[in-house]
Design a binder for this molecule. Structure first.
Ligand SMILES: *[C@@H]1O[C@H](CO)[C@@H](O)[C@H](O)[C@H]1NC(C)=O
Ligand SMILES: *[C@@H]1O[C@H](CO)[C@@H](O)[C@H](O)[C@H]1NC(C)=O
Ligand SMILES: *[C@@H]1O[C@H](CO)[C@@H](O)[C@H](O)[C@H]1NC(C)=O
Ligand SMILES: *[C@@H]1O[C@H](CO)[C@@H](O)[C@H](O)[C@H]1NC(C)=O
Ligand SMILES: *[C@@H]1O[C@H](CO)[C@@H](O)[C@H](O)[C@H]1NC(C)=O
Length: 370
């Protein structure tokens, strides 16, 4: 995957190009278990601003150099080059390592929740150096989170999709003063699309399945993904999304702030997301009200379907859903499953380089499940 050193011009072109350039493995779009925002793609220039806005303090002491951040395990064994932080997000203000022999020197240690064993035997050693902070990395929703006893008061920072985490992870829309004149709504040859891979009811998918069963009685939906035995090569992800008028962004479980790539993908591709998740107000913390359609805007699935059919016939009304693009720019996220944690880890790197404050996390699960 190469860098997009493109201007904000021809954004979609860039997206398509990126998608095309990406190499050749298979993609299993498991838009599913994780909230996981397989992270964003390629707006290095932009992304550094995104992160900077929350944490605009200068380095506490530049002379001391970059903090050393130890990744204790590779989450799900999805490895990547640490230089990807620079490559994708223009982040290189910490020194990332997976070399445990540097433990005593590490300023921060990232520990991935799902890889902690029940007996805690694979945690980093204690006592930890007095200056060292442990970062709890977890991207699943509460519905899909196992409680491992003993972590309640162990960490210093939380790293999560939640906005009230110490280090929130998310692709944000970027504002621009100059109107973006280059955006063109991509050509459409499908009405509603849905990529779905996870259909395991233990992960909370019943609600979206119920929704879909009813909804699809009234309107045609083009399906992709593992759950439908219709794999979508990841190189086709953005082009396919772009070719649909609407995209079903249905979360597996409903939690505050728990929406990431499912809505980001269609917004970045030039498609109107139809979201099922937490209330509209929560989405509006991140996305303009008129950029998406919320299933709760309608009394039932049928009226939603009727509304989409009406928009399909009314170009002008449909186009209103793209007015926001004049002054806001989305960034495509990274789409390979193995890239799922890159954004989170890079975001942590950037955060700890700017924030060296003392911090303790108490009652981790009270916070997480509240
Ligand atoms: C995915 O797309 C790339 C590029 O078009 C192609 O070379 C590769 O063989 C495809 N992979 C699969 C599994 O179809
Ligand atoms: C982390 O968990 C994944 C998935 O359960 C597993 O495949 C991997 O081997 C684990 N890695 C470590 C270092 O325990
Ligand atoms: C569904 O998830 C549960 C819990 O993770 C797992 O035990 C089960 O094997 C999964 N079922 C399928 C069909 O993948
Ligand atoms: C998912 O599971 C539900 C219930 O088991 C089933 O009705 C539905 O057809 C499944 N969907 C897919 C895509 O397999
Ligand atoms: C990190 O958190 C632990 C557990 O609460 C605490 O004992 C330690 O003093 C904290 N260290 C730093 C540097 O924040």
């Amino acid at each position: 995957m190469s860098n997009a050193n493109g201007t904000s011009l021809l954004r979609l072109g860039v997206i398509l190009l990126m998608a095309g350039v990406i190499s050749l493995s298979v993609v299993f779009f498991w838009f599913s278990l994780s909230n996981n925002c397989p992270s964003p793609v390629f707006r290095p220039d932009r992304y550094s601003q995104i992160i900077a806005d929350k944490s605009s303090r200068p380095l506490a002491n530049k002379a001391e150099g970059k903090p050393l951040v130890l990744l204790w395990v590779w989450p799900q064994d999805y490895r990547f080059e640490f230089s990807d932080c620079k490559r994708f997000f223009n982040i290189d203000n910490c020194q990332l390592t997976d070399d445990r022999s540097l433990y005593n020197d590490a300023d921060d240690v990232i520990v991935y929740h799902r890889n902690i064993s029940k007996d805690l035997s694979n945690l980093p050693p204690s006592p930890r150096p007095p200056f060292q902070r442990w970062i709890w990395l977890h991207l699943e929703s509460p519905t899909n989170t196992k409680i491992i006893p003993g972590l309640e008061n162990l960490f210093n920072l939380t790293l999560s999709y939640r906005q009230d985490a110490d280090i929130p992870v998310r692709m944000r829309l970027i504002t621009s003063k100059e109107p973006n004149k280059d955006f063109v709504i991509p050509k459409k040859d499908k009405l509603v699309c849905w990529i779905v891979s996870n259909n395991n009811s233990t992960t909370g998918v019943d609600r979206r399945n119920d929704f879909f069963k009813e909804f699809s009685k009234y309107i045609q939906v083009t399906l992709f993904g593992k759950a439908y035995a219709r794999f979508l090569n990841y190189t086709d992800y953005y082009p396919t999304l772009a070719s649909c008028k609407f995209y079903l962004a249905l979360e597996n479980s409903v939690h505050k702030d728990y929406f990431m790539e499912k809505i980001n993908g269609p917004l970045a591709a030039g498609t109107v997301p139809v979201v099922l998740g937490p209330p509209r107000r929560n989405y509006e913390n991140y996305y303009p009200a008129e950029s998406f359609i919320h299933v709760d805007d309608f009394p039932d699935e049928r009226s939603l379907a009727m509304y989409l059919l009406q928009l399909d016939r009314d170009e002008n009304a449909y186009h209103q859903y793209f007015n926001w693009r004049k002054h806001l720019t989305p960034s495509p996220h990274l789409i390979l499953q193995t890239q799922e944690f890159i954004l989170a880890i890079c975001t942590a790197c950037d955060h700890v380089a700017r924030h060296r404050e003392y911090k303790e996390v108490h009652d981790l699960y009270d916070w997480y499940f509240r």
